[in-house]
Design a binder for this molecule. Structure first.
Ligand SMILES: *Cc1c(COP(=O)(O)O)cnc(C)c1O
Length: 394
């Protein structure tokens, strides 16, 4: 082998020695609680399709209708010729949702949440005299956005530390950045307190609602509405490939900020617009989320979550595992060491269940865990199956 590859091969070997190698499994059926993976039907507790919309007949029909109406590709970026009436309609719906919390909000759609966060942080933090205040547990895409932004950066672990950092800052533009729901923990950020600090120190509050959108709040309108917030200094980002069941993301904010992003933000300008058929399907997804079907699915999630937590508590207590409080369909079971989490996940896998082990760097060292996620399409019996398999695995 050429020496060109030696360094990478050696680093891969080091990762393998630390139980950090990840593998992709190949699905042979649509996203659902029961899915054929690597040729075997598994019961999954790992997707972010919380409402079970990814394989919903109405959404499949909407995507087919969208393809018949709009074809497949968008052909160009939004600013050239890729922006369709379907994108406009989707942005109008999202802006309407956002106006629960952000007066006069306007919305912008992007191809992925990862790109939306790069767009947000580089777009709003692209000044050396700006300062970003980023929560320690934020998603990798927010961390990468902060790395690319020219603004100064501070990382905070709690509200007290953030307050101290805000007080010490002389930056004319201050941006507080947080996940609404921490993706590996399932709990909500203290959004009211964060907004109070933003108001006191004249900052913007950027909230990544990847895991709250569609799940939390009245009509599934997300974490800001759930927390009853209202302010023009809120910037709301959400993803459309999780509870919404399709793909993509959006940013909603004061119209001046949206216009600024549209004019300047490189991840929106230098990329091909997502297929209009996806935007077309997403309009149907939003209607499902807001309507009776969405209510029913959110109620179902609440029931499943209560059943899961009740069943997990004694198991975790007996094994010395931690079961942190979660506000969402994400329930972590913290095992500790990488090898122990991997072994537990493997024993579940052997029993036909897929519950992935999450290891550093996704979570802090020493907190390797199973990340259990629920879908409204899970059945009560399947929760019992998971609990029984966990008991059998130790
Ligand atoms: C999944 C996720 C993203 C990225 O969204 P994609 O559309 O999958 O690129 C961003 N932020 C958080 C908190 C996420 O969980």
């Amino acid at each position: 082998m050429s020496a060109l590859f030696d360094r990478y091969a050696q680093q891969l070997a080091e990762r393998a020695a630390q139980d950090l190698i990840r593998v992709r499994r190949v699905a042979a059926s649509p996203t659902a609680p029961r899915q054929v993976i690597d040729g075997v039907e598994k019961l999954l507790f790992c997707s972010n399709d919380y409402l079970g919309l990814a394989d919903h007949p109405e959404l499949i029909a909407a995507l087919q209708e969208g393809a018949a109406r709009w074809g497949v590709g968008s052909g160009a970026s939004h600013l050239i010729s890729g922006h369709s009436q379907a994108h406009e309609a989707l942005e109008a719906q999202l802006a309407r949702w956002a106006r629960d919390c952000i007066p006069d909000a306007r919305a912008l759609t992007l191809c992925t949440g990862y790109m939306a966060n790069l767009a947000l942080l580089t777009g709003l933090g692209d000044r050396e005299d700006a300062e970003l205040f980023s929560e320690r547990l934020n998603h990798a895409s927010l961390i990468d956005g902060a790395r690319l932004a020219r603004a100064r950066k501070s990382i905070y672990a709690d509200l007290d530390q953030l307050e101290g950092q805000l007080r010490a800052s002389t930056a004319p533009t201050k941006l507080i950045v947080t996940d609404a729901v921490f993706s590996m923990d399932g709990h909500l950020a203290p959004l009211r307190e964060l907004l109070a600090l933003a108001e006191r120190f004249d900052a913007l509050l950027l909230v990544d609602d990847a895991h709250g959108f569609g799940v939390l709040g009245p009509h599934g309108h997300g974490s800001l509405a759930h927390s009853g917030l209202r302010s023009e200094r809120l910037v709301w980002m959400g993803t459309l490939g999780k509870a919404a069941g399709v793909a993509g993301a959006f940013i909603a904010a004061h119209p001046t900020l949206i216009e600024w992003l549209l004019q300047t933000s490189r991840p929106t300008i230098f990329t091909t617009a997502s297929p209009p058929a996806l935007a077309h399907a997403l309009v149907t997804s939003l209607a499902l989320i807001e309507g009776e079907e969405g209510e029913r699915r959110r109620d179902q999630l609440d029931l499943l979550r209560a059943q899961l937590v009740d069943g997990l508590a004694p198991i975790a207590a007996a094994r010395g595992w931690q079961l942190p409080r979660s506000d969402t369909p994400i329930q972590p079971l913290i095992v500790g060491e990488n090898a122990a989490a991997l072994a537990l996940s493997a024993r579940l896998d052997a029993q036909g269940l897929r519950v992935p082990a999450i290891r550093p760097p996704t979570v802090p060292a020493g907190t390797a865990r199973l990340r259990i996620t629920l879908c409204a399409d899970h059945e009560a019996q399947e929760i019992d199956d998971l609990l029984a398999a966990l008991v059998a695995s130790t």
